[in-house]
Design a protein around this ligand. Structure first.
Ligand SMILES: Nc1ncnc2c1ncn2[C@@H]1O[C@H](COP(=O)(O)OP(=O)(O)OP(=O)(O)O)[C@@H](O)[C@H]1O
Ligand SMILES: [Mg+2]
Length: 243
């Protein structure tokens, strides 16, 4: 569903931020990107979401490339990043309606989807409040609901549980599991080990723009000959970081 083939990205001539990354994410799979600050996770996800072009290499979504099939790809992907801000003066209802209209979702269908996702995330009592009055967690849940408004088969979530309390975080991780079980292909980044451990079927450890280890939790623990996933990550980090 998602295919990266030798993807490179340089923001400047002097430094290569992504140094030849390749991986695949399939239907019904959650793929995790784990790595220290500045490793290039957001850069990779922005390129997969077609917000930015790789300097070289190929990214295919369901076999399609952004060069030829940008609109088709946009209908297939849902993208969440904490760098996109909701209009502080708008309301959850108005935002949902606006984004639904961008995807040509008919009004009655929009209402059904809104009712379902607002009920799931406890947004309904806040539906007519201004965004600026809402808590971080509520804003994040609204962003999630909006990013999935068109029921995309491919989900690209950059730190989806960032800033969320344990209960809200569980609502989000439970939802992602449900979407995986329905056959969506999901890629997420996180700094939270328990989230990666619980959700990810395949994990790539990204350090300084390269994937230095990949596998499921048990495989990464076995590869590094330690006892816990956190220890595995630290060992991989110590063995692979440069500075
Ligand atoms: N627009 C940009 N122009 C120049 N350099 C950038 C730009 N965006 C990111 N970078 C650099 O690219 C590198 C990777 O950044 P990126 O945000 O992708 O990392 P990340 O893995 O998402 O980090 P974090 O865990 O902190 O979110 C960093 O060194 C960053 O400074
Ligand atoms: Mg990031």
């Amino acid at each position: 569903m998602i295919q990266l083939i030798d993807v490179h990205k340089s923001y400047t001539k002097e430094h290569e931020t992504i140094k030849g990354v390749s991986f695949e994410v399939h239907e019904g799979q959650i793929f995790g990107l784990l790595g220290p600050n500045g490793a290039g996770k957001t850069t990779l996800m922005q390129m997969i979401a077609t917000l930015m072009k790789p300097t070289s290499g190929q990214i295919l979504i369901d076999g399609l490339s952004a060069d030829k099939s940008l609109l088709e790809i946009h209908r297939k992907i849902g993208f969440l990043t904490n760098e996109i801000k909701l209009d502080p003066l708008s309301t959850p209802n108005a935002l949902f309606e606006f984004f639904a209209s961008l995807y040509d979702i008919p009004k009655n269908e929009m209402k059904d989807r809104r009712d379902e996702s607002f009920a799931r995330f406890g947004i309904s009592p806040f539906a007519e409040k201004r965004i600026r009055e809402l808590s971080t967690g509520m804003k994040q849940k609204i962003s999630i609901a909006i990013s999935l408004i068109h029921d995309p088969p491919v989900i690209i979530f950059d730190e989806p549980t960032n800033g969320l309390d344990i209960l809200t975080s569980k609502q989000v991780t439970d939802y992602l599991k449900e979407l995986r079980d329905k056959g969506h292909a999901i890629i997420l980044s996180t700094h939270i080990f328990s989230v990666a451990e619980e959700l990810c079927d395949d994990i790539a450890v990204l350090i300084d723009g390269s994937i230095v280890a990949q596998g499921n939790v048990e495989e990464l623990i076995a590869q590094t000959q330690v006892n816990t996933f956190e220890e595995a990550f630290f060992k991989i980090y110590v063995e692979n970081h440069k500075e």
